[in-house]
Design a protein around this ligand. Structure first.
Ligand code: UD1
Ligand code: PEP
Length: 430
C-alpha cells in the first residue's frame, strides 16, 4: 500500500505549472462522445479519473490515445451505451456518459456515481433534466437506465445550483430537437469551458457563465480541438502553501479571475498576492489572522478549497470558523487533523479552529482528494514525519503530486507499506 511521507519543510518557495482542470477534463472527454469525428484535447491531466474514462471508452468503442501532452479521441466507433457499473461508480462524473450517450443511443445503462463521499451527493437534478427532455429513468440496486426515443428541448429550472447537472443538461440537450433553456444554472468556469468546447464542435449554446443558458439543438457535432482550462483548485492549494511559513509561491498557466474569492480570503488573513495575465504569486508574511469561511457555488469560495484553507488557518492565531454550505458534512479531514494536534471542533455544521498551535507529525488518512490536500499542507507544517494513507484519493485529482510539491521546496516522498505494518486506527474517524 502506498502512502505519502511529509516532513516539516519550513517556508515554501518556487514556481509550479498548473495542469488542466480535472473537473473540466472529465466533462470534455465525455462530451467528445457526441462528436462525429476525431477530437483533440490539450491540458488533460494524467490522473486516475481520466484513466477510468479511458477504460470505459475502451468498453464502448471510444478510442482515447494520450500523446505529446494531448488526448486524441476517436468517437466514430462507439457501439454501445452500457457502462460497467463498477467503473461508473469508481468516480463521480460518470453521470456525463448518461447525458452524452442518451441522444446517440436512446438508452444508457450506467452505475451510480462514486467519487468523494460527503454523506449525501444526490443526482435528482440530473434525473430531472433527463425527464424534462423526454426521457424515462429506471433505477435499480447498483445502476440506472435512461431511455428516450427522442429528446425534445425544454424549459428547466434547477432547484439548486449544480455544476454537474448544468453540464449534463448541456450534453443531453445539445442534439435534442429545438430549444432548451436552463435557469438557475451554475456559473462555474468548467461549465463555460464545456460550452465553449461544444460550440467549437458546432453546438449552439448561449449564455454559459450566467444563470440562464440557452441551447438551440443541432443535428450533429463535428470533430475539433480544445484546451481544458487550468485547474483553479490545485492552483489555490499551492498558493495557500506559501502562507504556511512565510514563503513565496508562483502558480503558472492559470486564469487569475477563476480564483477571485480564494485570493481575497488569502489577503484578508494577511497574505500578499500579485498576479499577471496567466500567473499568480502568493507571499506569506509570516503572520496570519483568523477568519470566517463560508463556501458557496462559483464565484463564492469553493467547497474544494475549504480543506486546504483549514490547514492554513491552523497557522492563524485565534479562532477561525469554516462552514461548508455546498456540502455541509464535508469535514472528514477534521478528525485526521486532530491526530496532528490540531484543536478543531465540529459544532453543528461548522468547524471551529483554534489556530497558532504547534502541530506534531503522525499517521493520517485521506478520505477524499481535497482532504488529501489539507493533510499534505498540514503535514508540511508539522514537526517530524507525517504519513498520509488514502493516496488513491489524492491521485484522483493530482498528477505528479510529489514532484509538483517538491518544486516549491516541500519535503515529501511516496512510500510503500505492508498492510500488516499499518498502524492501528488510521481509518477511524476520531
Ligand atoms: C467532477 C466534478 O466536477 N466535481 C465537482 C462538482 O461536483 P458535483 O457536480 O457533484 O457538484 P454539484 O455542483 O452538482 O453540487 C452542488 C450542490 O448541488 C447539490 N446537488 C447536486 C446535484 C443534484 O442532482 N442534486 C443536488 O442537490 C449538491 O448536493 C451540492 O450541494 O462540483 C462540486 C461543487 O463545486 C465540487 O466539489 C466537485 O469537485
Ligand atoms: C469533490 C471532488 O471531486 P469529485 O466530484 O470528482 O468527487 C473534488 O475534486 O474535490
Amino acid at each position: 500500500m502506498k502512502y505519502i511521507e511529509t516532513e516539516f519543510s519550513g517556508s515554501l518557495n518556487g514556481k509550479v505549472h498548473i495542469p488542466g482542470a480535472k473537473n473540466s477534463s472529465l466533462a470534455l472527454l465525455v462530451a467528445s462522445c457526441l462528436a462525429d469525428d476525431i477530437v483533440t484535447l490539450r491540458g488533460i491531466p494524467r490522473i486516475e479519473d481520466v484513466n477510468i474514462i479511458a477504460a470505459i471508452g475502451q468498453d464502448i468503442g471510444m478510442e482515447l490515445k494520450q500523446a505529446y501532452g494531448q488526448v486524441i479521441i476517436d468517437p466514430r466507433r462507439i457501439h454501445n451505451a452500457m457502462i460497467d457499473p463498477g467503473k461508473a461508480s469508481s468516480y463521480r462524473a460518470s453521470y456525463y456518459f448518461a447525458g452524452a450517450l442518451l441522444s446517440k443511443f436512446g438508452r444508457v445503462t450506467i452505475g451510480f456515481p462514486g467519487g468523494d463521499d460527503f454523506v449525501s451527493r444526490p443526482i435528482d437534478q440530473h434525473i430531472k433534466v433527463f425527464k424534462a427532455l423526454g426521457a424515462k429513468v429506471y433505477t435499480f440496486n447498483d445502476y440506472y437506465v435512461v431511455e428516450a426515443a427522442e429528446l425534445k428541448g425544454a424549459e428547466i429550472y434547477f432547484d439548486t445550483i449544480t455544476s454537474g447537472a448544468t453540464i449534463n443538461a448541456m450534453l443531453a440537450a445539445v442534439l435534442a430537437k429545438g430549444r432548451t433553456q436552463l435557469h438557475n444554472a451554475a456559473l462555474d468556469p468548467e461549465v463555460v469551458d464545456t460550452a465553449a468546447f461544444l460550440n467549437r464542435l458546432g453546438a449552439r449554446i448561449y449564455g454559459a457563465g450566467t444563470e440562464h443558458i440557452r441551447i438551440e439543438g443541432v443535428s450533429f457535432l463535428t470533430g475539433g480541438s480544445h484546451a481544458a482550462i487550468p485547474d483553479r483548485l490545485i492552483a489555490g492549494a499551492f498558493l495557500m502553501a506559501a502562507g504556511l511559513r512565510g514563503g513565496q509561491v508562483t502558480v503558472m498557466d492559470v486564469i487569475p479571475e477563476h480564483l477571485g474569492a480564494c485570493l481575497a480570503k488569502m489577503e484578508e488573513i494577511g497574505m500578499d498576492v500579485e498576479f499577471g495575465e496567466s500567473h499568480i504569486t502568493a507571499f506569506g508574511t509570516g503572520s496570519l489572522k483568523a477568519t470566517r469561511i463560508r463556501t458557496g457555488m462559483y464565484p463564492g469560495f469553493a467547497t474544494d478549497l475549504q480543506q486546504p484553507m483549514t490547514a492554513l488557518l491552523l497557522q492563524a492565531k485565534g479562532k477561525s470558523i469554516v462552514t461548508d454550505r455546498v456540502f455541509p458534512k464535508r469535514f472528514a479531514h477534521l478528525p485526521q487533523l486532530r491526530r496532528l494536534g490540531a484543536e478543531i471542533e465540529l459544532r453543528k455544521e461548522s468547524a471551529f479552529i483554534r489556530g497558532g498551535l504547534p502541530l506534531q507529525g503522525g499517521w493520517v488518512h485521506a478520505t477524499d482528494v481535497r482532504a488529501g490536500t489539507c493533510l499534505l499542507l498540514a503535514g508540511l507544517a508539522s514537526e517530524g514525519r507525517t504519513c498520509i494513507t488514502g493516496v488513491e484519493h489524492i491521485e484522483r485529482g493530482y498528477e505528479d503530486v510529489i514532484s509538483s510539491f517538491q518544486s516549491i521546496g516541500a519535503k515529501l516522498s511516496m512510500r510503500e507499506l505492508n498492510a500488516q505494518e499499518l498502524p492501528g486506527r488510521i481509518h477511524m474517524n476520531n
